[in-house]
Ligand binder design. Sequence first.
Ligand SMILES: Cc1ncc(COP(=O)(O)O)c(C=O)c1O
Length: 497
Amino acid sequence: MLFNNQLPITKLVDKKILRRIFRTIGRYLNKNTSTGTTVLNYRSPEELRKKIDLSIDSNGKDNDWLIKILHIYLKYSVRTTHRNFNNQLFSAFNFPSFIGEIISTLTNTTMATYEAAPLATLMEKELIDKVNTLVGFKTKDNAADGIMVPGGSYANLMALMCARYQAAPETKEQGIGNIPLKAFVSDQAHYSFKKMINVLGIGTNALVEIPSDKNGQMNTTLLENAIKESISKGERPFFVGATAGTTVFGAFDPFGEIASIAKKYKLWMHVDGAWGGFILLYNNSLKKKLLNGIELADSFSWDAHKMMGVPLYASFFLCKHEGLMLKSNSVQGGNYLFHSTENTTFDTGPKSLQCGRHVDALKVWLAWKFYGDKGYSDMIDDLYAKARYLKKLILKNSWFELIADPQYFNVCFRIKHPKIDMNLNDLNLEIRNRLLRSGSYFTNYAISQNGSVFFRFIVNASSTKEDYKQFLNKLLNETGEYIKEKYLPDKNAEIVS
Ligand SMILES: Cc1ncc(COP(=O)(O)O)c(C=O)c1O
């Protein structure tokens, strides 16, 4: 049988097409700041299907087709690097990490073993040590441990795994059986805790949601009461998940108080810092105030892919207790992969839940090294200035109501009518969706415990003062239109005639 080295699939890409692709990328990025570029080109699924033939055909395509599709993809993708993207907990763009992601894909290896990813393994170790030091887990007497994982939800799974192992190591082999384990988080905690407690076979009923106060912080009196009640019912409380930067309000739980309760009742304490962990890089006394007590936790997680401007995924799971991740996660059967060599101790695979693991360390390391601690601390300063400015604009205008005082980069507010009593939920939802469909602003909304719909605006590192003013003006103009259509239809009819 002949070897056919001329198959299109083995042909290397030519330089000409690479240049065309990079020119397209450059133009795309430049357009983020030019007037007239919208955050998205909203289309319904039916409309979008008409823009591109999604079926996979038996015959392949050529380079010109590739470029054409790239343009279509960019045109109909949400510009999350646009200054008016305020929807998710990530935004902005930085070049070193973008290049890092491309190089990770180019070199396409797996982090399972040192031999397959030598430099990336060392970079990850350096990053883990750095973040562990910032959290306070790594000290001269304690090495601490950690691993990069695909997302903050996944990091919460790792925390529950470690906690379960710590509380009942026999569950690793025997499963959960009838052990009545109980976990506690606040009612503002991320929904991934529910998903992950399901994955672990403990079940969502075993997750108790402790009410939070008006600022979104866990009520620790109610936490202790709930733990006591659980013990009195013969259950085994094993885990408390606190949050540094809640998803909706950006609230920071009282970590010191939670740590005392966790210690008293021998619970594993995890701090989910997926969103607020970025404050670790802040060279300001506010850091100490917001994160006070995190060093007393057993584990901590942080998504560098949120505010660091690093592409998804780039998440850290940190464990104070060295060796525990390995005990809880390692199994027999990987001897085709994990060999005994002089570098075995550097293999991260055995303590991971994954086999193949994407190189996330490079993009974070490159960006952090490039901008330094100071670069990121200055960025946080700037983001706070932006959050304060937006808050000021909101408070100044009687058409807006601030829902919570921002502790972080979440500005939660709603539109109201200063005089008329109207359905504010319908109003806010409709205006948010109108903005989305127009493509001008992409901002999320949330629903409070009492059912009120409000905007959750996440401050974006690339936005300007003018963007915020224009955003609020746009809200007011759209509100005016909406009121005219809904409440003054006759007047509207007159205008038309
Ligand atoms: C507090 C918190 N924890 C966990 C997560 C989940 O992170 P990921 O989307 O990386 O899985 C989020 C996501 O927004 C979050 O806000």
